[in-house]
Each structure stands twice: as structure tokens, then as C-alpha cells.
Design a protein around this ligand. Structure first.
Ligand SMILES: O=P(O)(O)O[C@@H]1C[C@H](O)[C@@H](CO)O1
Ligand SMILES: Nc1nc2[nH]cnc2c(=O)[nH]1
Length: 352
């Protein structure tokens, strides 16, 4: 064991690395190389050694990745900027089955995720896996046609890294969408829930897309998360849905992200309802946390694609086919809502 430890580098909380052969609680890891930064640090070993002078290996973690540094995000942003003449200030992340908005863009430039340096790839049905940049009613927009989820095997920082790419490209406001199960008994399948707040379950458990050394160029070490969902944008959206005669299918509520890929047990749903959750999903929160960290304004909504099953005596089950089917039926309304909102967001942005 000591020969293993002798080959490890200690990284202290300030990020400086040194070789270590003893001491109290220390964090040991391989020195990150440029290769690791761009390809992911798949084989990283981490060990915790503790005790009064005598060292013991308590934990070895294989497969954990070090979040991308600023320069790596910059490389992705520069690649996209060099491939388009558009300079979007508004970004959209399309949830399951909701990617059709991106197909509405005029004069669009399309970048499959595989072609973008340092980008993850989409693996889920209903997520095309392309960045589409173009004009929506004349407003430059960049749309993620497909997102990344923790259950695909991505760490939270990687699920949310495209938000930082957007930021470095000049995006200031973001619309985040998802498909979710309706837990509030007043919600119906097909309802649209404007998200007014979230519960960050992964945060409760000590994980965060912001975990690790903070780079102030992105944002502060301790960002506030009250008012994460911009009140003006929510009010704007409510006026739009009233104009569209959709008020009776629009709700406002609290979203929770669980890790998935399992849908919830009855007991889990009962617990979530007690703590005030209205809709349950598997995304959005990491992206919103990273967007707020870097100072973006956020608007988000869930399409309620299924009613959460709270009874034991039923054969009904939640399933992804239903999620995609319901999203497909509502896509026209959702696209119009997003389109009208984007036009208003652009006007407000111009007026300061
Ligand atoms: O990407 P979103 O959050 O819209 O997708 C939801 C959560 C799972 O990925 C999937 C489950 O059906 O839909
Ligand atoms: N966790 C979760 N995610 C969903 N996405 C769409 N429907 C659901 C659901 O019922 N639960």
C-alpha cells in the first residue's frame, strides 16, 4: 500500500499539488493532465489517509472525473462561435420529446454533439443530441436538442457543462424544459408547470455540479439559490399563456430532480409530496444551479407527461414511451409559448 501512496500526489483545497507520505486527513489524487481534462479522468485514484501519523487507505475511487477547467469550456465555446455567424444571448435546453423547437430556427447551424470538442453525447430516446443555433422570429437563439442526465453515467458537472459553454458564448438568459411526472393531485397529463422553485436532492446528499474547486471567472463559491427562477420571466410567461388561452392547463410549482433511471416507488412519491414537490423528474436542477452560478436569468417549465402513481392496487406503470407520446401531443403549444417568450425576453434584454 505504501508504494501506491508514494506514487500519488496530494491536492490541497487551494488546488496546489505536492507529494505526501504522511499526515492527517489528506486528499490524494493523480495530477490532472491536459489529456485528462479533455477526455475525462476515467482512471483516477483517490485515497483518503487519516490518523495521527500512521497512514491508512480508506477509499479508492475509480472513474470519478475532474470538472473541466475554464480553458476547456472556452475551447468548446470558440468552436461553436467559429461555426456560426449568430451571436445568441438566449439559450434553450429541450427536455424529453421537446426538441422540436430547434427545428423551427431559421438560418440554422447544426452541430452534432460528437463534433463539439469536449462535449458529452446524448444516449436517450427523444434527445437528438445536437446544438442548433439560428433565428427564432428574428431572435438569435441556441438550442440544445437533447441534454445529459446523471443516470446516463455523467457526473452532475458534465450534465451542466453546456450551460457554461453557452455563458462563454454570450448567453445571458436560459429556458430549461423537461418532461416530469405530476405529483400534485390537481395536475393533469398534458399540463405545463412553470417552475417556481426546486428541491436539489443531490445537493442534500453532498453532490453538486459546483462541487470541486471554484473558478471565480464562472461565479462565486457560494451562490444564492432563492429566486433561482426569475419572477419577471414567470410573470411574462403567465401573460403569454393567458393570451394563448392556455391558462387552464398551466400550473406553477416545485420540481424535484431524482437520479433515475427508475421511476418512483409509491412510498417515495408519498414522501416527496409531504415536502412540497409538485412534479418529479430526472434533470434540470444541475443546469439551473450552474446557470445561476454564472449569473444567467432562468425560466423553466415541466411538461406533465404522466400522473405519478400513488396507489398500490394498480397495474399502471410510468414509462418513457408515454412520456414521449404526451410531449409530442403538446409540442405545438410548447413551441409557441417558448417562441413568444423568447421574443419578449429579447425586447427586455434590449431595453436593459
Ligand atoms: O430530459 P428530461 O428531464 O425531459 O427527461 C425526463 C426524465 C428522463 O430522462 C425521462 C424519463 O421518461 O424523461
Ligand atoms: N423521475 C421521474 N421522471 C419523469 N420524467 C417523466 N415522468 C417522470 C416521472 O414520473 N418521474
Amino acid at each position: 500500500m505504501s508504494s501506491l501512496l508514494n506514487n500519488l500526489i496530494v491536492t490541497d483545497p487551494s488546488g496546489s499539488s505536492r507529494k505526501e507520505s504522511g499526515g492527517n486527513l489528506i486528499h490524494l489524487q493523480q495530477r490532472p493532465t491536459e489529456d485528462m481534462a479533455t477526455q475525462g479522468n476515467r482512471g483516477r485514484l483517490r485515497a483518503l489517509a487519516s490518523g495521527g501519523g500512521s497512514m491508512c487507505l480508506e477509499e479508492v475511487v475509480i472513474g470519478e472525473e475532474i470538472p473541466y477547467p475554464y480553458e476547456v469550456i472556452q475551447e468548446s465555446a470558440e468552436y461553436l462561435l467559429s461555426g456560426t455567424r449568430h451571436r445568441p444571448k438566449i439559450g434553450v435546453i429541450c427536455g424529453s420529446g421537446l426538441g422540436g423547437l430547434a427545428d423551427q430556427l431559421d438560418e440554422r447551424d447544426v452541430f452534432p454533439y460528437e463534433s463539439i470538442p469536449n462535449f458529452p453525447v446524448s444516449t436517450v430516446v427523444g434527445h437528438a443530441g445536437r446544438m442548433v443555433i439560428g433565428l427564432l422570429s428574428g431572435v438569435p437563439v441556441m438550442c440544445m436538442q437533447g441534454r445529459f442526465h446523471a443516470y446516463e453515467g455523467y457526473p452532475l458537472w458534465k450534465c451542466a457543462m453546456p450551460v457554461r459553454v453557452m455563458k462563454l458564448m454570450g448567453v445571458e438568459q436560459i429556458i430549461v424544459t423537461n418532461a416530469a411526472g405530476g405529483l400534485n393531485p390537481g395536475f393533469k397529463v398534458g399540463d405545463i408547470m412553470i417552475i417556481k422553485d426546486h428541491i436539489n436532492m443531490q445537493g442534500f446528499a453532498g453532490d453538486s455540479p459546483l462541487r470541486g474547486r471554484n473558478d471565480e471567472r464562472f461565479g462565486p463559491r457560494f451562490p444564492a439559490m432563492n429566486n433561482a427562477y426569475d419572477k419577471n420571466l414567470r410573470d411574462m410567461a403567465k401573460k403569454i399563456v393567458a393570451d394563448m388561452n392556455l391558462s387552464d392547463v398551466v400550473q406553477e410549482g416545485v420540481y424535484v430532480m431524482l437520479g433515475g433511471p427508475t421511476y418512483e416507488t409509491v412510498a417515495e412519491l408519498k414522501l416527496l409530496r409531504v415536502v412540497g414537490v409538485d412534479a418529479v423528474g430526472m434533470s434540470t436542477v444541475p443546469e439551473v444551479v450552474v446557470a445561476r452560478h454564472c449569473g444567467m436569468k432562468v425560466f423553466a417549465f415541466s411538461l406533465i407527461t404522466n400522473q405519478c402513481i400513488m396507489q398500490y392496487d394498480t397495474d399502471a406503470t410510468a414509462n418513457h414511451e408515454e412520456v414521449i407520446e404526451v410531449a409530442d401531443k403538446r409540442k405545438k403549444d410548447l413551441q409557441e409559448l417558448a417562441c413568444r417568450l423568447i421574443v419578449k425576453m429579447a425586447v427586455v434584454d434590449q431595453d436593459g
